[in-house]
Design a binder for this molecule. Structure first.
Ligand code: NAI
Ligand code: 13P
Length: 341
């Protein structure tokens, strides 16, 4: 049996932390080739190419400073070269970039390839919400799993215990992906629910903006918990409306309630939303000043969710998400976060 060849598409904060798990697991599992190519969006860091820094210092000094990457992770700036010949593709880029990357990769993707998306986002077109795995499937025609959970990348890199959830369609693919990620400190749970895992991961980023507004106004823990609870209900309502096959139990997995909690306390969306209220700066400025090249996912998702709900004439069923959007983009006073629910 030929060995599985893994390629990672993306090398940001989570991409780099995930490469530490993958790099270690492929070395210990005879099912996998030892070398893993990681596509890196090339940029200069202090005058040096990031790919060269990663391949010599074995550290992503820009997106995950302070943590070594395994030496079998090889940074590659050319997307086609990075994924050519791969049998397992790990997608971990900010969601706004996935479509373009798939178009570039398409000519070299083999038909027996399988993929897993670690991306927390969702896209929308005139027909409604589009899962990231569906965008990838549509472009590359490969089976897809999704991984999402209460997974702040820096904590995982530091080796702190956490859980995650892999959603699969085909059980064998789910098991294969579990072998790539699971270890004692990063426990993988499997669910047959690719859509549920992703919708949770995308929508909790919107609710986290609300948590940040609440923190800026120093509304306290009880209020924040109430907003998270109401947010969770709206996440479920959205899911039932657009993905009726999603299992409600998925919300009790790491990808559901646990990720909502961790993001509303420790995530970048929460942090920037707090600063948005305190400083009155634009989202673009805050992303630039506070995240050092990392990307926010909740703002675009909030906008897209709002436009979809508006088009479908169901805004009143989602008062919390609508208020978050209006504070973020229409100048609604942040105090309204509790008044409009
Ligand atoms: N960072 C975290 O703690 C976690 C992130 N995620 C999700 O993983 C996904 C990826 O996030 P991170 O790895 O944290 O990335 P990040 O937020 O660190 O994003 C920066 C990445 O985007 C790349 N980039 C910049 N411009 C680009 C372009 N034009 N085309 C392609 N790539 C470009 C950068 O090179 C860098 O690798 C997101 O959907 C995020 O929500 C999921 C769990 C945890
Ligand atoms: O998804 C995350 C943790 O599970 C990280 O969320 P942020 O993108 O808000 O940092």
């Amino acid at each position: 049996m030929s060995l599985e060849r893994v390629a990672i598409v993306g090398s940001g904060n989570w991409g780099s932390a995930a490469s530490r798990l993958i790099g270690k697991n492929v070395q210990q599992n005879p099912r996998f080739e030892k070398q893993v190519k990681m596509w890196v969006y090339e940029e200069l860091v202090n005058g040096e190419k990031l790919t060269e820094i990663i391949n010599t210092k074995h550290e992503n000094v820009k997106y995950l400073p302070g943590y070594k990457l395994p030496e079998n992770i090889v940074a590659v700036p050319d997307i086609k070269e990075a994924v050519k010949g791969a049998t397992v593709l790990v997608f971990v880029v900010p969601h706004q970039f996935i479509h373009n990357l798939c178009v570039q990769m398409k000519p070299v993707i083999s038909s027996h390839c399988r993929g897993i998306s670690l991306i927390k986002g969702i896209d929308f077109d005139e027909s409604g919400p589009l899962l990231i795995t569906d965008i990838i499937k549509r472009e590359l025609n490969i089976p897809m799993c999704a991984l999402s959970g209460a997974n702040i990348a820096n904590e995982i890199a530091a080796g702190k215990f956490c859980e995650t959830t892999i959603g699969y369609e085909n059980e064998q693919d789910g098991e294969l992906m579990k072998q790539l990620f699971h270890d004692d400190m990063f426990r993988v749970g499997l669910v047959k629910d690719v859509a549920g895992v992703q919708v949770c991961g995308a929508l909790k980023n919107v609710i986290a903006l609300g948590a940040g507004f609440c923190d800026a106004l120093e509304m306290g823990n009880n209020t924040k918990s109430a907003l998270m609870r109401i947010g969770l209900i709206e996440m479920q309502r959205f899911t039932k409306k657009y993905y009726s096959n999603v299992k409600l139990e998925t919300f009790m997995e790491s990808c559901g309630v646990a990720d909502l909690i961790t993001t509303c306390y420790g995530g970048r969306n929460r942090k920037c939303a707090e600063a948005f209220v305190r400083t009155k700066k634009s989202w673009e400025e805050l992303e630039e000043e506070l995240l050092g090249g990392q990307k926010l996912q909740g703002t675009t998702t909030a906008k897209d969710v709002y436009l979809t709900l508006k088009k479908d004439n169901v805004l009143e069923e989602f008062p919390h998400m609508v208020t978050i959007y209006r504070i973020a983009f229409e100048g609604l006073p942040p105090e309204r976060i509790v008044l409009d629910i």
